[in-house]
Design a protein around this ligand. Structure first.
Ligand SMILES: Cc1ncc(COP(=O)(O)O)c(C=O)c1O
Length: 425
């Protein structure tokens, strides 16, 4: 925990006034610039989490700031009875980047969960039209916290206090064999994350997306890819499904699309674009002029500056740097581009995160054995060199604690490791 000056005051206020569904806040941040954050005491941190894969351009990027100021001063919101140019421009841009062709369509919401709620309704529309009642998702999948998306989420610990779940969803193990066994003509849709971020940055097995596309085609089910964490260039392609060379029926996006402004979207391909009909779904704020102007500016800047390619190159560089540290705590890295999981040899991710924060580095424990790195797509040599130094120091601090605390087993308990119930987004 940091922010020593008024630490007690803000922690008391957070404990008293904020909903208790999150654990204690780890710092009070006052401002950001690029890949850096400053806490209330003026202490600087290198941010290698970027608001959980959200701040794709870093903090306070001029393109983001100017788009908000200009659009707010022009027209923020008119409701979905009307269209605005930023909304139409963003829909066209998302269709182009996702490669939907002319037949694609875009529904706008305000978050990842709202994008997935829309996708869930799309799956029901398809299922109800064709007599299909089953929806498949993966064990350990994370698709959101609203009642619909919680049903899609494959983590019983998150669901148990909120039973009964929305019916019809089945969670299957992560293997092509399990998928083959589960698929039949009663499946309306298969939901997948190309890399399971919240489960600990777990990529799908080789060939999985292609097999999923083939099986869903064969059985007439929709393939819906949740790109909420992986989209907006983070993995070195605009959307991670593009690495597999397949065409899904729909994808959902949020997080990095808005660069810090809350926005989410469902993007449909081909025949799936004809399922919604007037009155079948909606949102007051979704797709308003302000949000779509900001997301349009963020995506235009990612495109202009070549940040998708940067994500790919810098991701490799970060993985090499992590290997180069040579820490016995590190078993290896997973993921793609700038969505990286560092696998630890012991369940001490919480202790590593706490040590990193003490050294001035913000990272995240995606599971008790996985550190998640998801920095802004703008990072370069300077940030990676600093990250390497700070992460090496954090690993050394955690390793020392490991040896000191438990010389026999060489393990220490994860101090701030997020449990499924408490921290995951
Ligand atoms: C893959 C995935 N889907 C859905 C969500 C939910 O998004 P939101 O928190 O914006 O509702 C997240 C958030 O972490 C996510 O990573």
């Amino acid at each position: 925990m940091t922010g020593s000056l008024d630490q007690q005051t803000w922690q008391d206020a957070a404990g008293r006034d904020l909903v208790r569904s999150f654990g204690p806040r780890m710092a009070l941040f006052a401002r950001g610039s690029g890949a850096y954050l400053w806490d209330a005491d003026g202490r600087r941190y290198l941010d290698f989490l970027a608001g959980i894969a959200v701040n794709s351009l870093g903090h306070a990027h001029p393109a983001f700031v100017e788009a908000i100021a200009e659009q707010a001063a022009t027209l923020a919101h008119v409701s979905n009875y009307f269209a605005t140019q930023p909304q139409l421009d963003l829909a066209a841009r998302l269709k182009r980047l996702a490669g939907t062709g002319d037949s694609g369509r875009v529904y706008f919401g305000n978050s990842g969960a709202e994008a997935n709620e829309a996708a869930f309704k799309l799956a029901r529309l398809h299922g109800n039209d064709t007599g299909r009642t089953r929806i498949l998702t993966l064990e350990n999948a994370f698709h959101g916290r609203t009642m619909g998306t919680l049903a899609l989420t494959g983590k019983p610990a998150m669901q148990e206090s909120f039973l009964p779940m929305v019916p019809g969803v089945e969670h299957i193990p992560l293997s092509i064999e399990a998928l083959e066994a589960a698929m039949d003509d009663r499946v309306a849709a298969l939901f997948l994350e190309p890399i399971q971020g919240e489960a600990g940055v777990i990529p799908l097995p080789d060939g999985y997306l292609r097999a999923a596309r083939e099986l869903t085609h064969r059985h007439g089910a929709l393939l819906i890819v949740d790109e909420i964490q992986t989209g907006a260039g983070r993995t070195g392609a605009w959307f991670a499904f593009q690495h597999a060379g397949i065409t899904p029926d729909a994808i959902t996006v949020a997080k990095g699309i808005g660069g810090g402004f809350p926005i989410g979207a469902l993007i449909t391909f081909g025949a799936a674009s004809e399922l919604f009909y007037p009155g079948s779904h909606g949102s007051t704020f979704g797709g308003n002029a302000l949000g779509t102007a900001v997301a349009g500016a963020v995506l235009a800047e990612i495109e202009r500056a070549g940040h998708v390619r940067n994500a790919e190159l810098r991701g490799r560089q970060v993985c090499e740097a992590v290997a180069g540290i040579g820490s016995p705590l590190v078993e290896g890295t997973r993921g793609r581009g700038l969505l990286i999981g560092v696998a630890l040899a012991h369940p001490v991710a919480g202790a590593v995160v706490a040590a990193a924060q003490q050294h001035g580095l913000i990272i995240n424990a995606a599971s008790d054995r996985t550190i998640r790195l998801a920095p802004a797509l703008i990072i370069g040599d300077t940030e990676i060199e600093e990250f390497t130094r700070l992460f090496a120091a954090a690993l050394a601090t955690a390793s020392e604690a490991l040896l000191l605390d438990q010389p026999t087993t060489q393990e220490v308990p994860a101090r701030d490791a997020p449990s499924d119930r408490r921290e995951s987004q």
